[in-house]
Design a protein around this ligand. Structure first.
Ligand code: AMP
Length: 283
């Protein structure tokens, strides 16, 4: 079932609460792929009712970014999400979410939002935290599912829920990848053949850094340089950032001695791809 208005969804949620059903929620911007669907499946396993939102949120795009051209296909998305176990697809218009005159923002401050994508996209996380708040208020989920693919987003939202004592559990699910290691992303369709081939360098370089770390290299400078060198071997790759921080705090570190993240953002032509790996001791 597709619902387009918050009033209708709220009525539906009220009924679900009356029937004591647990609600799992998967927020997305649509153009669904196996990464999104892994979240829907996990939500289905853990809840009696699954709501998937499909909303290309304008406030998380910068003025020169791809909001207008972001891929959209609500028919296919609806079919895929239902097949994966969604009970309701929430697909509101921009006006339904941002009522005229709305001027309230939810913003997580500090290192966690000022580095990585927060540095490259200064208003991005404010847009994410605000829209996720709106969605949580409408859906009132018990659990909400996010991908490790957007590791900083997962960290920011987990912090927001803690800081604001929100009654929802954030569940972070593993990155789903193509056979050559490229993380699935709605934006991968922008890549031409050569760019797509070269994009595999992201995961390859992250795997290399993990190996180096497991072999005993702890210096953030050395590990970072290893990734940079590797990515720069691809002629079409233009690095936006390569960084290693403590995770999930995203505090600066000189050595990897606690749980850390190696995160990269690289442009291939006009397409900006992100990827990351959590550096932890070998199990
Ligand atoms: P998006 O539609 O890009 O906003 O993504 C919606 C949700 O799907 C976010 O929580 C993403 O982290 C997650 N997601 C996107 N790509 C992947 C992937 N390759 N593997 C796992 N989760 C993903």
């Amino acid at each position: 079932m597709v619902i387009n208005t918050k009033d209708e969804l709220k009525r539906f949620i009220k009924n679900a609460h009356e029937e004591q059903k647990t609600i799992g929620f998967v927020p997305t911007m649509g153009f669904l792929h196996k990464g999104h669907l892994s979240l829907v499946k996990k939500a289905k396993e853990e809840n009696q009712l699954v709501v998937v939102s499909i909303f290309v949120n304008p406030t998380q795009f910068g003025p020169t970014e791809d909001f207008e051209t972001y891929p959209r296909d609500i028919q296919t998305d609806t079919r895929l999400a239902m097949e994966a176990g969604a009970d309701v697809i929430f697909n509101p218009s921009t006006e339904e979410m941002y009522v005229p005159g709305s001027s309230t923002w939810v913003e997580v401050e500090g290192d966690i939002t000022s580095v990585l994508c927060g540095a490259s996209r200064p208003t991005h996380f404010r847009g994410v935290t605000t829209v996720v708040n709106m969605l949580f208020n409408i859906v009132e989920p018990d659990k909400a599912y996010f991908g490790q693919k957007d590791a900083q987003q997962a960290a920011v939202l987990t912090k927001m829920v803690q800081d604001l004592h929100m009654n929802v559990e954030i569940v972070v699910c593993p990155i789903v990848r193509e056979a050559d290691g490229v993380a699935l992303s709605s934006r991968n369709i922008y890549l031409n053949k050569e760019e797509r081939e070269q994009a595999a360098v992201l995961n390859r370089s992250l795997q290399l850094v993990q190996e180096a770390y497991w072999k005993g290299e702890k210096s953030v400078e050395v590990l970072t340089e290893l990734i940079v060198k590797n990515i720069n071997q691809m002629p079409l790759a233009e690095i936006d950032y390569v960084n290693i921080y403590a995770y999930p705090s995203l505090k600066t570190i000189a050595k990897v001695e606690e749980k850390a993240i190696a995160a990269v953002a690289v442009k291939f032509g006009k397409t900006r791809l992100i990827d990351n790996i959590i550096l932890e001791k070998r199990k």
